[in-house]
Design a protein around this ligand. Structure first.
Ligand SMILES: Nc1ncnc2c1ncn2[C@@H]1O[C@H](COP(=O)(O)OP(=O)(O)OP(=O)(O)O)[C@@H](O)[C@H]1O
Ligand SMILES: [Mg+2]
Length: 264
């Protein structure tokens, strides 16, 4: 694929109220859709892979499954995250964006220690056709366990590696990675994370919250040399700034291991 690909995740902490069950922030979803539409218009680029988290449409439901191991509870989780995905898609389409859902349960499986993603061609053809593929955190079939949870953060890493992303952004409801004193850590080198103490999430979160997110992104930086930025997508204009390469986007930059010439 010779297109310059951007991977953006909007966290469930932004799109939903994580303290409640199945509560979407429709006005926030609309605002973010508008920023994506405006950025597409400004930058004239059709190169975005969008991932969204599950928030209150996935974490509480997945927790029920992880306790019961009853397939029905996994399928309830899937239906629920699909509902959030539908809300996101409708909002994007209403603003004239061409977007299509990719549901991990239908084409991603877990075998042994490996996750097999059979969605490359769908993503590639969508991008070529100027369509934004919209992926989301989901439950997927597992060879041994029945089902397991696949986080939006894992999908970000997969998509970034597979499409050699030139930009990776992860939006949550906080300004970036916070130190124990609550200050935003502006830069992280992959090697630093062993020394850092980061908590998970203050809400029900079955995928490790901020701690696992930073760990995955640091590994993306060290193993694939792909940097990323964590920023607050609850704040107006930040998604637009990310997509239009505005240098004033405030957040935490996770540096690549080596300097990349092709990175913005
Ligand atoms: N050191 C830290 N720095 C920043 N945020 C932290 C830290 N420790 C814990 N958090 C919590 O992590 C949360 C973000 O992670 P969380 O997984 O809840 O959101 P998300 O990934 O956007 O949601 P989803 O998993 O549904 O996509 C923040 O709301 C914050 O409260
Ligand atoms: Mg999370």
């Amino acid at each position: 694929m010779n297109k310059e690909v951007y991977v953006l995740k909007i966290g469930g902490s932004v799109l939903t109220e994580k303290g409640k069950e199945r509560r979407a922030r429709k006005n926030v979803i609309k605002r973010i859709s508008k920023e994506i539409a405006l950025a597409a218009h400004t930058s004239k680029k059709n190169n975005l892979i969008l991932v969204h988290g599950a928030g209150s449409y996935g974490h509480p439901q997945a927790r029920v499954y992880l306790e019961s191991h009853n397939a029905k509870d996994a399928l309830v989780t899937h239906e629920s995250v699909k509902e959030l995905n539908g809300i996101v898609l409708s909002s994007m389409m209403e603003l004239g964006l061409k977007a299509m859902p990719i549901h991990p349960l239908s084409a991603v499986v877990s075998k042994g220690l490996k996750i097999k993603y059979k969605i490359n061609e769908q993503i590639e053809l969508a991008l070529r056709a100027g369509i934004i593929p919209v992926l989301h955190g989901d439950v997927i079939l597992d060879e041994k366990e029945g089902f397991r949870v696949l986080s939006g953060d894992q999908l970000v890493v997969y998509a970034a590696k597979e499409f050699n992303a030139s930009k990776v952004g992860v939006g949550t409801d906080v300004d970036g990675v916070l130190s124990e004193k609550g200050a935003v850590i502006r830069e992280i080198m992959p090697a630093d994370i062993d020394k850092m103490s980061i908590k998970g999430s203050q809400h029900v979160d079955v995928t490790g919250g901020m701690k696992e997110k930073v760990f995955l992104l640091a590994r993306l930086a060290s193993e694939s040399n792909i940097p990323s930025i964590l920023f607050n997508a609850s704040k107006e204009s930040n998604v637009y700034k990310f997509l239009t390469d505005d240098e004033n986007l405030f957040g935490t930059l996770i540096h690549a291991q080596f300097q990349r010439r092709d990175v913005k």
